[in-house]
Ligand binder design. Structure first.
Ligand SMILES: *[C@@H]1O[C@H](CO)[C@@H](O)[C@H](O)[C@H]1NC(C)=O
Ligand SMILES: *[C@@H]1O[C@H](CO)[C@@H](O)[C@H](O)[C@H]1NC(C)=O
Length: 546
């Protein structure tokens, strides 16, 4: 009798554990991860070993009053933790990785012979890395700054890396500005705090930056998650068909989730609770099989058109003017699998815009030429000279004469000849018929052109309400800036458009008055409006697009 009731109890426990696999208090997949692991592995996954593979005795897992230096388990654990960090990326340090595929939906063979973009229905796998640009590794994803989705497409003709940003224009066109840009948008060397005096001082000396900065200050500045933004690889790419005929194109990935954005107040409310919101959102969507996707369009210009324009179509700080190109659709990008190890994939992935394939000889502008060098250089520093041998970076097919060096070296081309040319049947080059017959050499003018900024403010920003939000967001960044720099900034904004200058000046003045009043308040009163916003948000009363 006793035996039977024991059995019954045991059955009901088993029953419970399968029925209630998750707490239903949340729709969030993120906190379920470990429970899911356990569900997939009903027993421990194996025997614990040292790094060298010896089984670990349970007595080695406690070290009090023992000879700790004879304990390999202890030495492994402590010594490896000491060296588990690698250098943080200089930009886009905070990221999140996922897999997906690109599918061709339209015939674009007259423009490019690239295998990845040819054959309707063809799917090419890729690894993607969502990121925020300026924050450090643990930073706030809700900050008003550039977001990205870099993708590495594993095509039959090698890896094609497209490094996309969520704004269609870039900040500068002279490669020498890179380091100064990064530092002036970041932390003050003494205070270690983000310092807009540095940022606006730099921009007013380098007005090229203004156009992208205005995009960033507008509604486009903070997308409502990585899923709700369009993305662009920025440059004008040269593409060639199988006859070696060139076209110039700009790629645009348009979100199929619907473009949406956050205001400063919304972003602050979310960030105060979840600075990893963007990562959580994309992880949950994928885990929920609600796969985010983007339609890939290509704006096309002929070589002849490109040489008869009143603007430089290769300039990454400006858009192409309406009426100077036509648009065709290529296919769809679908993200459908979370990585199961962020360090292995997301942290070790080494994107390089110079990774191009036959049929896409790529951009000709000077920024791109500089990037061909810079990415290789930074990956060498961060991951070592053999970063392309790391699994996530390895192409489907590769045979090179470069070998050896710091690990990983993989097969290292085994016993094949290690010099070229040779007569012993080492790997041989092809003749690529799509190789462009002539390559354009670009000359850039050094003059400052505020016209793209003015065009953006007056035509792309579609309403006065939006112009006001842009002005308010700009004024918000000016609130602690040195007065002299504020003056110069307002002057520069007025040169773009009188109305922009006036709006920002008025908003700045009002903000100063509010700040002055707030300075007299105690902390509680001062943060009350924000607290109210958070309350509305958590009670579900502050609603925005879904
Ligand atoms: C949890 O949600 C799932 C799916 O909606 C449902 O089938 C299940 O019965 C729920 N479990 C509990 C304990 O409420
Ligand atoms: C930003 O969001 C607002 C509110 O949903 C919407 O009206 C506006 O069109 C959006 N702007 C952009 C550029 O997406």
């Amino acid at each position: 009798m006793k035996g039977v009731s024991f059995l019954l109890l045991w059955i009901s426990v088993v029953d419970l554990s399968t029925q209630y696999r998750y707490d239903n208090v949340t729709v969030d997949y993120v906190p379920r991860q470990l429970t899911e692991f356990k569900n997939e592995h009903p027993r421990p996954i194996g025997v614990l070993t040292t790094i060298a593979g010896a089984p670990v005795d349970i007595r080695q897992t406690v070290t009090l009053n023992t000879d700790i230096f004879s304990n390999m388990y202890h030495l492994d654990t402590t010594s490896h933790t000491d060296s588990e960090r690698i250098p943080e990326r200089v930009v886009h340090a905070k990221g999140n990785g996922a897999y997906g595929y690109f599918e061709v939906t339209h015939d674009v063979s007259k423009y490019t012979s690239a295998d990845v973009f040819n054959g309707i229905g063809k799917k090419t796998p890729f690894f993607g890395r969502f990121s925020t640009a300026i924050q450090n590794k643990g930073g706030n994803e809700l900050a008003r700054e550039i977001k990205g989705l870099a993708i590495k497409l594993y095509t039959k003709e090698g890896n094609l890396d497209l490094l996309n940003l969520h704004l269609p224009v870039y900040f500068y066109r002279d490669p020498v500005d890179f380091g100064h840009f990064v530092r002036s948008f970041r932390r003050n060397p003494k205070t270690n705090i983000f310092d807009f005096t540095m940022t606006w001082d730099f921009i007013t000396q380098k007005p090229d930056f203004l156009h992208a900065m205005l995009w960033q200050m507008s509604d486009y500045g903070i997308p409502y998650g990585y899923r709700r933004m369009d993305i662009f690889p920025i440059h004008t790419y040269e593409v060639t068909n199988k006859h070696g005929e060139s076209h110039y194109v700009r790629f645009n990935f348009r979100t199929e989730q619907g473009l949406a954005n956050l205001t400063n107040a919304q972003a602050q409310a979310i960030a105060s609770q979840d600075p990893d919101y963007f990562t959580r959102d994309i992880y949950n969507a994928i885990a929920n099989k609600n796969y985010p996707s983007w339609r890939l369009d290509m704006d096309v210009m002929t070589l002849k058109q490109a040489t008869h324009l009143d603007y430089n179509p290769f300039d990454v700080t400006r858009l192409w003017k309406k009426g100077t190109y036509h648009t065709v659709t290529i296919g769809r990008l679908v993200v459908n699998k979370n990585t199961d190890n962020q360090f292995r994939d997301m942290e070790q992935v080494a994107f390089n815009p110079a990774n191009l394939v036959p049929g896409i000889p790529g951009p000709v502008d000077i920024m791109f030429r500089a990037r061909r060098f810079a990415y290789r250089d930074t990956h060498k520093h961060r991951l070592g000279p053999n970063h392309d041998n790391i699994e996530i970076n390895f192409p489907i097919y590769r045979k090179t004469y470069t070998r050896d060096g710091k690990p990983p070296v993989r097969e290292n081309m085994r016993d094949a000849p290690n010099y070229y040319p040779n007569t012993f049947h080492g790997q041989e080059p092809i003749i690529d018929m799509s190789y462009p017959k002539i390559r354009k050499n670009m000359f850039d003018r050094n003059s400052v052109d505020l016209q793209p900024s003015s065009e953006f403010y007056n035509h792309i920003v579609e309403s006065d309400a939006h112009r006001q939000r842009l002005a308010d967001n700009t004024a918000f960044t000016l609130r602690n800036v040195d007065r002299r720099i504020v003056k110069t900034t307002l002057k520069m904004l007025s040169l773009v458009d009188q109305d922009l200058g006036h709006r920002v000046a008025a908003s700045y003045k009002a903000a100063q008055e509010r700040e002055n009043a707030a300075a007299k308040l105690d902390t509680k009163k001062r943060y009350e409006p924000l607290a109210r916003c958070i309350n509305l948000f958590t009670q579900g009363r502050l609603k925005w697009v879904d």
